[in-house]
Design a protein around this ligand. Structure first.
Ligand code: NAD
Length: 260
C-alpha cells in the first residue's frame, strides 16, 4: 500500500516509534529511523518487517531538541531517499514532579522534544509534500493532549500544544492531498512508562505487578495497555486512501481514559 513512499519516524529506536516504523515498513514504505541507543537491533526488526519488499531502512541520529540537527536529518532523507512523504512525530520524553519542584531545564527539553520538534519537521516536510500533493503527518500526542494529570506540567502542556499544532497543520493543508492527525494513546508499556511503574513500586514499597495494576487502575478503565502494534495499525490506516479526508483529528486509543 505504501510502496515507493518514504516515512520518517522520529524516536523510533524504541517503543511506539519502533512499532509504527515496523507497521509502515510492512506496507512497503522505506523507513528512516531516528533516536538514541542501540540502532542495529531496531533496524533489523524494521528490515524484517519489510518481508523482502525491497523497502530500505535508513537512520539519522538527530537530537530532536535541536533545530539544526533536524534540518541535517532532512538533508540526509533528501539525499538518500528523495522527499519525505510521511512524517511521524513520535520522539518524546517525560518528567514527573510538582510545578514548584520542576527543573526549568527539564521543562525546556520536554517542550523542545515533544512539541517544537514537530513544528520543525512539519515546516521542513511541507514544501515537498505540497509539490507532490500527497503527504501524511502523524503526531504522537497522548491522552495528555486532551486531559491533564498532576505532576506532568511540561508533558501535558507540550501534548496539548501538539494537538493544537495538528489542527493548524490540517487547516493549512485542507485543500491538498496532505493530511495531519494526532494519535492519543493512554498507557503503553514502553521504557517511558516502565520507569513510572518502577518509581511507583519503589515509592510505595510494592511489587512491580501491584504497581502496574495501580497505574492502570487510576486512569485506564480497560485495565489494559495499548500496544505499539495496535498504534502501528492506526498509523497505517491514517496513511491509507480511506483516511484521505480525516483531517485535524486527535484520535485516542486509551482504554476509555478520556471518556470518564
Ligand atoms: P520510549 O522511551 O520507548 O521511546 C522514545 C524514543 O524517543 C526513543 O527512541 C528515544 O531514543 C527517542 N528520543 C528521546 N529523546 C530524543 C531526542 N532528543 N532526539 C531524538 N530521539 C529521542 O517512549 P514511548 O513510550 O515509545 O513514547 C513515544 C511517544 O509516544 C512519546 O512522544 C510519548 O510521549 C508518546 N506516548 C507514550 C505513551 C506511553 O504510555 N508509553 C502514552 C502516550 C503517548
Amino acid at each position: 500500500m505504501l510502496k515507493g513512499k518514504t516515512a520518517l519516524v522520529t524516536g523510533s529506536t524504541s517503543g511506539i516509534g519502533l512499532g509504527i516504523a515496523k507497521a509502515l515498513a510492512s506496507q512497503g514504505a522505506h523507513v528512516v529511523l531516528n533516536g538514541f541507543g542501540d540502532v542495529d537491533a531496531p533496524r533489523a526488526e524494521v528490515l524484517a518487517a519489510t518481508q523482502g519488499s525491497g523497502a530500505r531502512v535508513g537512520y539519522h541520529g538527530a537530537d530532536m531538541s535541536r533545530a539544526s540537527e533536524i534540518e541535517a536529518m532532512f538533508g540526509y532523507c533528501q539525499a538518500e531517499f528523495g522527499a519525505v512523504d510521511i512524517v511521524v512525530n513520535n520522539a518524546g520524553i517525560q518528567h514527573v514532579a510538582n510545578i514548584e519542584d520542576f527543573p526549568a531545564e527539564r521543562w525546556d527539553s520536554i517542550i523542545a522534544i515533544n512539541l517544537s520538534s514537530a513544528f520543525h519537521t512539519t515546516r521542513l516536510a511541507l514544501p515537498a509534500m505540497k509539490a507532490a500533493n500527497w503527504g501524511r503527518i502523524i503526531n504522537l500526542a497522548s491522552v495528555h493532549g486532551l486531559v491533564a494529570s498532576a505532576q506532568k506540567s511540561a508533558y501535558v502542556a507540550a501534548k496539548h500544544g501538539l494537538v493544537g499544532l495538528t489542527k493548524v497543520t490540517a487547516l493549512e493543508t485542507a485543500t491538498t492531498g496532505i493530511t495531519c492527525n494526532a494519535i492519543c494513546p493512554g498507557w503503553v508499556l514502553t521504557p517511558l512508562v516502565q520507569k513510572q511503574v518502577d518509581a511507583k513500586a519503589v515509592a510505595l514499597g510494592i511489587s512491580n505487578e501491584e504497581a502496574t495494576r495501580q497505574l492502570l487502575g487510576e486512569k485506564e478503565p480497560s485495565m489494559q495497555f495499548t500496544t505499539p502494534d495496535e498504534l502501528g495499525a492506526l498509523a497505517v490506516f491514517l496513511c491509507s486512501s480511506a483516511a484521505n479526508n480525516v483531517r485535524g483529528v486527535a484520535w485516542n486509543m486509551d482504554g476509555g481514559w478520556a471518556a470518564q
